[in-house]
Design a protein around this ligand. Structure first.
Ligand code: NAP
Length: 300
């Protein structure tokens, strides 16, 4: 089905919005703070509740989703480890959620439980702050014009990579997935899933190994590098997924999906090499805003 439009919200609506997040663990989630801020900005009454559901507790997951079907809960966000698990409990998916194969937003529309994915448009919206399109001179019949260079390198091929890749492919970019050798099957599965949904993606999407020897011939063509691996956060805080002996392409920009810490080792290294960089907090906010608009109709 087409992607979800905001609900038809009326400011005089006295509704108290009951919203929340399914995931596990959830103790460090920033979502309640974000959504409480949105409710207040929109002058709406409501609550945003954390629903920690362990990975294997299928009964609890179903019981919670049934509360959306019954109209008791107005909207749910979904995070790790349930972004795929919820799909079989829903009636329909948006085109975006269908292709990505993951849901981060649930709402009841016309009696049907719909799954949407706002990570992809959230990433796309925030990455624009880096102005990732690069233009290089192109000689055409003696005339010098500008040729757009829209080629991205994605580090990792997990859940978040799928949202990033979806956004870039739909905007017409060339995308290369770079993964550890152990993850090559995961990257190939992503490519197979995407191209089976839309055959034109086959000419835009490739994969390679995340190491200097395989990437060195590619870097000069890049205008965007995106880190979708967890390398740079928590126990991996001092690490960088980018190969140490691979120079950064000087004209590219770098987006790191990690938002804690705000500046990862990779962002520091890229910045030292002269690249413009941005961390993932803007994407986190943008995906949350888009979910909130779907539930309440209030545009932030
Ligand atoms: P995920 O599904 O586990 O995917 C992570 C990917 O990175 C997998 O391909 C994983 O391979 C790979 N990887 C892990 N360790 C690696 C290493 N040392 N070197 C190279 N690749 C490695 O996780 P996710 O949901 O995509 O999340 C990834 C990151 O994005 C997290 O840091 C998360 O916080 C962030 N994120 C941010 C936002 C935002 O709004 N800013 C939204 C979503 C996610 P294996 O599967 O083999 O481990």
């Amino acid at each position: 089905m087409p992607n979800l439009q905001p609900s038809t919200f009326k400011p005089s609506n006295p509704q108290i919005f009951k919203l929340g997040l399914i995931g596990y663990p959830l103790s460090h989630s920033k979502s309640p703070e974000l959504h409480k801020g949105f409710l207040s900005k929109c002058g709406l009454k409501g609550e945003y509740t954390l629903y920690p559901i362990p990975p294997d507790d299928k009964d609890a997951l179903k019981a919670l989703i049934d509360r959306v079907r019954d109209g008791e809960i107005d909207g749910l966000n979904v995070t790790i480890p349930h972004k795929q698990n919820v799909i079989s409990l829903l009636d329909e998916l948006s085109d975006t959620a269908q292709t990505i194969g993951a849901v981060n937003t649930i709402v009841l529309r016309d009696g049907k439980l719909i799954g949407e994915n706002t990570d992809a448009p959230g990433f796309w919206k925030d990455v624009q702050n880096l102005k990732p399109d690069r233009f290089s001179p192109l000689e055409t019949g003696g005339m010098l014009t500008q040729k757009p260079v829209r080629s991205a390198l994605i580090l990792g091929s997990g859940g978040a990579a799928r949202a990033v890749v979806y956004a870039l492919l739909n905007a017409g970019w060339q995308v290369t997935l770079a993964t550890r050798e152990a993850d090559i099957l995961q990257a190939e599965t992503l490519i197979k899933d995407f191209t089976s949904q839309n055959s034109k993606f086959a000419t835009q999407l490739t994969n390679t190994e995340l190491k200097a020897t395989t990437l060195s011939s590619l870097t000069s063509t890049l205008s965007l590098i995106v880190n979708t691996t967890p390398v740079g956060m928590k126990s991996l805080i001092q690490g960088s997924p980018y190969p140490q002996n691979l120079p950064f392409p000087p004209n590219a920009v770098l987006y790191d999906l990690i938002y804690n810490p705000p500046k990862t080792q990779l962002m520091q290294d890229a910045e030292k090499a002269g690249l413009k960089v941005r961390g993932g907090i803007g994407m986190l906010k943008a995906q949350a805003e888009l979910s909130f608009e779907i539930w309440t109709g209030c545009k932030l």
